[in-house]
Design a protein around this ligand. Structure first.
Ligand code: ATP
Length: 383
């Protein structure tokens, strides 16, 4: 096994805009790192440069302690797990796992020992004589991983392995991959455009936008402390709300009224003019359900246009107007995110017990300690 160091890597196709622009990521031995971002952000290109399927324009790719820029893919000792698993349908599970060993000229006894060991780890030992066509999606995935394990690869690389599956199977396979990766402790790089996959699988997540690394952090850190508007909008579902915000002292004027924020936040936002406040849906609550003890928050009144009751929680939608400069910024953000959220409505998640109805002028409580304030010009999170 080995760590992977991506050092100031640049990739230009022809003389166009760099598909990967000066990205550095230090992946520790045994770590699970996710490359995530909307279509075209450069995540597949970066993965393909790690494997050696794409030339590197500049920078250093280091695996273990070896610079591999000029090494052919087969000499990098990495195992790529593809979307369709690339299993041989006419071979048994045993022979599919044995394939790389046979190719390398291993003896029958060596093949047997390694296949048996891998299949035990992967809980495939009862299926060794079956063909891939008779396996579940999860089992096929494990066979593909088995093939990587017997090779003693230094790292696993996944390129959107679950994107063709339905939601239920995707969920199952996701936990399967997470479990196996922990068990095997093998360095893993995984590409996805799905923020849920990124959040649930990775030790750390690298968020990319147009070839540039936006933030590299644990899922929790990304969620709680997004570095900029793009990361804040990309991570979380339903997405973070963005509202025009004018800060004066510890008061913040939002389209629905003025709320009080903690002094440390106010200090960081002082004198910056019109900002964009970012508040996740779950930072709100029906004020009638919030007891006095939940200090630190603030209450405002807003007209509820639409309500969705889901049992344990209720989503309420409150439209608002943003001044043109903020509106423009939010439209650009939505374009960058490749998304379709309507950014001029506040989406809030209330307890399922809430009696808020469509058309109500509702009293809403917000935990302002969870409010972020972004610089509209740079997108930077000031708080
Ligand atoms: P997707 O999720 O759609 O695969 P991605 O984030 O993986 O997107 P890449 O496939 O790495 O992004 O592409 C990054 C940029 O490089 C895109 O603008 C893409 O059009 C461009 N690109 C990718 N491969 C080539 C190529 N072979 N020749 C020219 N441009 C390319």
């Amino acid at each position: 096994m080995a760590g992977i160091q991506i050092k100031n890597i640049v990739k230009k196709y022809g003389d166009g805009f760099p598909a990967v622009n000066d990205v550095s990521i230090d992946i520790a031995d045994g770590e699970f790192v996710i490359l995530v971002g909307p279509s075209g952000c450069g995540k597949s290109t970066l993965l393909r440069m790690i494997v050696g399927l794409e030339d590197i324009t500049s920078g250093d790719m280091i695996i273990g302690d070896k610079r591999v820029n000029d090494l052919a893919p087969r000499d990098r000792n990495l195992a790529m797990v593809f979307q369709n698993y690339a299993l041989y349908p006419h071979l048994t599970v045993y022979e599919n796992i044995a394939f790389p060993l046979r190719l390398a000229g291993a003896s029958d006894s060596e093949v047997d020992a390694k296949v048996k060991e891998a299949s035990k780890t992967l809980e495939l030992d009862e299926h060794l004589q079956r063909k891939p066509g008779n396996l579940s999606g999860g089992q096929r995935q494990r066979v593909a991983m088995g093939r990587a394990i017997v090779r003693d690869a230094d790292a696993f690389l996944f390129d959107e392995p679950l994107s063709n599956l339905d939601a239920k199977l995707r969920g199952q396979m996701r936990s399967e991959i997470a479990r196996l990766q922990k068990k095997l402790g093998i360095t893993t790089v995984y590409v996805t455009h799905d923020q849920t996959e990124a959040m649930t699988l990775g030790d750390r997540v690298a968020v990319l936008k147009r070839g540039v690394l936006q933030q590299l952090a644990s899922p929790r850190e990304l969620y709680e402390n997004p570095g900029n508007l793009f990361v804040a909008g990309f991570i979380g579902s339903p997405p973070m709300n963005f509202l025009p915000a004018e800060v004066e002292g510890t008061s913040v004027k939002l389209p629905f009224g003025t709320v009080e924020i903690p002094a440390d936040k106010a200090e960081k936002a002082a004198g910056k003019g019109l900002l964009i406040a970012g508040i996740r849906p779950e930072a709100f609550e029906d004020a009638s359900l919030v007891d006095e003890a939940r200090a630190g928050g603030s209450t405002f009144s807003g007209k509820v246009e639409f309500v969705e009751w889901l049992g344990s929680e209720t989503y309420a939608y409150l439209p608002f107007e943003a001044p043109p400069e903020v509106q423009k910024q939010l439209e650009q953000l939505e374009k960058d995110l490749d998304g379709d959220s309507l950014r001029t409505q506040l989406v809030i998640s209330l307890d399922g017990a809430s009696r808020v109805r469509e058309g109500d002028q509702a009293e809403i409580w917000v935990d302002t300690s969870k409010m972020h304030l972004f610089d509209p010009a740079t997108g930077e999170n000031l708080t």
